[in-house]
Design a binder for this molecule. Structure first.
Ligand SMILES: Cc1cc2nc3c(=O)[nH]c(=O)nc-3n(C[C@H](O)[C@H](O)[C@H](O)COP(=O)(O)OP(=O)(O)OC[C@H]3O[C@@H](n4cnc5c(N)ncnc54)[C@H](O)[C@@H]3O)c2cc1C
Length: 363
C-alpha cells in the first residue's frame, strides 16, 4: 500500500466521462489522478481490432445533433464514417418467417468510429500527463472532510481537494464506501438510477463479405420472436470488415456461456438472412449484465431512467464530490454525448473549486 502525492482532483473511472474530465482539467493546469478498475480504458466503450478497423461490443453510434461527440472526435483526429442504411429491412413476428420491408425504417442516419468507439477513450488517455492514470486499481473508499478528500484504492491512498465520481451512480452506491455516508435522498437516488444498457447482451458476427448487401438487404432487422430483438449492419467503411450485430435482453440468457449465446445469435441470423450467415469468421459476445465494473451485483428492483440528470447529481456533495457518468447528464443521458457533457460539467465545477480554474468548454 502506498500514499501518493496530493493532487488537485481525483477522477474515479476512466470511461469516456472520466477521461474527458481528467483531460480537460490537466489541459488547464489542474493536477489530476485517474483511477480505473479495469485493465483497460473506455468502460462501456469497448472495441475489438479487426485488421485496421474496430468493431464495437459497447457503444457504436453518434447522431447528428450530438455536437460534443463530433467536436471531440475531430479534436482527437478520429476517423468517422456513416452507418450503412441502404437496402431493405427485415421484420420477424413468428412463423412462417421473416418479412421483407421495402426500405430501411430501422436505422436512422448516424456516424461511427472507424477504429471503434473505444479509440476515443484511448486518445484521451494518451493525452493525460505521464503517471496520472492507474489501471486495475479500483476505488474502494472515499473520505471527505474540511481538509479535502482521501481516496482509497486497491493499491493505496491519494488525497485531493476535489473528487469526480465518473462511474454509474448505482455502482458507486454499491461498491464505494463513503464517509460520511451519503444522505438518504442522495443514496436512494443513486441506487434508483439504472445503469444504461446494463441489461443488454451484444453479439457481433464478422464475415468474409457483407453477403446481405448483395441481396439488397440493409442488414437491419427487428424481431418479436427473438432472442435478439434488433440486428444492424456493423461493417466497417466500404463494408470491411463485414459484420452484423444484435442486441438481446440479458435476462433471456440468464448468465449462459458466451458460446451458447453466440449459437443462438447465429441460429437467428440464419433464419433471417439464410445459410450464408451460418459460418462467420469470428463471433464476439458481450453480456454487460455480468460486467461487475459496469452493472451492480444487486441492482435495485426500482431502478429506472427517471432519475437521469437528477438535480442532486448537478450539485457537489460537501462541496468536494462531483458526479459525472452519462446517467447524471440532464441531456443525452445514456449516450456518449451525455457522458461527455457530464464530464465537462464535473471538470468545470471541480477545477473552479480546487484552483479557481474553469476548463474551457470545447464548443
Ligand atoms: C451495448 C451498449 C451499446 C451502446 N450503444 C451506444 C451507442 O450506440 N451510442 C451511444 O451514444 N451510447 C451507447 N451506449 C452507452 C455508452 O456506452 C455510454 O453512455 C458511455 O460509454 C458511458 O460512459 P461513462 O464514462 O459515463 O461510464 P462507463 O463507460 O461505465 O465508465 C465508468 C468507468 O469506471 C470504471 N469503474 C467502475 N467502478 C470503478 C471503481 N470502483 N474504481 C475505479 N473505476 C471504476 C469502469 O471500469 C469504467 O471504465 C451503449 C452502451 C452499451 C453497453
Amino acid at each position: 500500500m502506498t500514499t501518493s502525492p496530493r493532487v488537485d482532483v481525483v477522477v474515479i473511472g476512466a470511461g469516456i466521462s472520466g477521461l474527458f474530465a481528467a483531460r480537460s482539467l490537466a489541459r488547464s493546469g489542474v493536477t489530476v489522478r485517474c483511477f480505473e478498475a479495469r485493465e483497460r480504458v473506455g468502460g462501456r466503450l469497448h472495441s475489438v481490432e479487426i485488421g485496421r478497423n474496430g468493431i464495437d461490443l459497447g457503444a457504436t453510434w453518434f447522431w447528428p445533433d450530438e455536437v460534443l461527440v463530433e467536436s471531440v472526435a475531430r479534436d482527437l483526429g478520429l476517423a468517422v464514417f456513416p452507418q450503412y442504411l441502404e437496402g431493405d429491412a427485415l421484420f420477424e413476428a413468428g412463423a412462417p418467417g421473416p418479412q421483407r420491408i421495402q426500405g430501411n425504417p430501422i436505422d436512422v442516419p448516424s456516424s461511427r468510429f472507424t477504429w471503434g468507439a473505444q479509440s476515443m477513450a484511448g486518445r484521451l488517455a494518451d493525452e493525460l500527463p505521464l503517471g496520472s492514470l492507474s489501471l486495475g486499481d479500483p476505488v474502494n473508499a472515499l473520505r471527505v472532510d474540511d481538509a479535502g478528500v482521501e481516496v482509497e484504492t486497491a493499491s493505496g491512498t491519494t488525497s485531493a481537494s476535489q473528487v469526480i465520481v465518473a462511474i454509474p451512480p448505482a455502482l458507486a452506491a454499491e461498491s464505494i464506501s463513503f464517509s460520511p455516508v451519503l444522505p438518504d435522498a442522495l443514496a436512494e437516488t443513486c441506487r434508483r438510477t439504472q445503469v444504461w444498457m446494463a441489461n443488454t447482451v451484444k453479439v457481433v458476427a464478422i464475415y468474409a463479405e457483407p453477403f446481405w448487401r448483395r441481396a439488397g438487404l440493409a442488414g437491419a432487422a427487428v424481431s418479436y420472436r427473438g432472442p435478439f430483438r434488433e440486428i444492424h449492419d456493423h461493417s466497417g467503411p466500404e463494408g470491411s470488415p463485414a459484420a452484423l450485430f444484435g442486441f438481446a435482453g440479458a435476462a433471456y440468457f440468464d448468465g449462459q456461456e458466451p458460446g451458447l449465446i453466440g449459437e443462438a445469435f447465429l441460429d437467428q441470423l440464419v433464419r433471417l438472412f439464410g445459410r450464408d450467415a451460418a459460418n462467420p469468421e469470428t463471433l464476439h459476445v458481450a453480456d454487460w449484465s455480468r460486467e461487475r465494473q459496469t452493472t451492480p451485483k444487486t441492482p435495485s428492483p426500482m431502478a429506472s431512467t427517471e432519475t437521469y440528470g437528477h438535480p442532486l447529481f448537478q450539485l457537489p456533495f460537501l462541496e468536494r464530490l462531483h458526479w459525472a457518468s452519462t446517467e447524471t447528464a440532464p441531456a443525452f443521458a445514456g449516450h456518449i454525448e451525455g457522458a461527455l457533457e457530464a464530464g465537462m460539467r464535473a471538470a468545470r465545477n471541480a477545477g473552479r473549486a480546487a484552483k479557481g480554474v474553469l476548463p474551457p468548454a470545447p464548443h
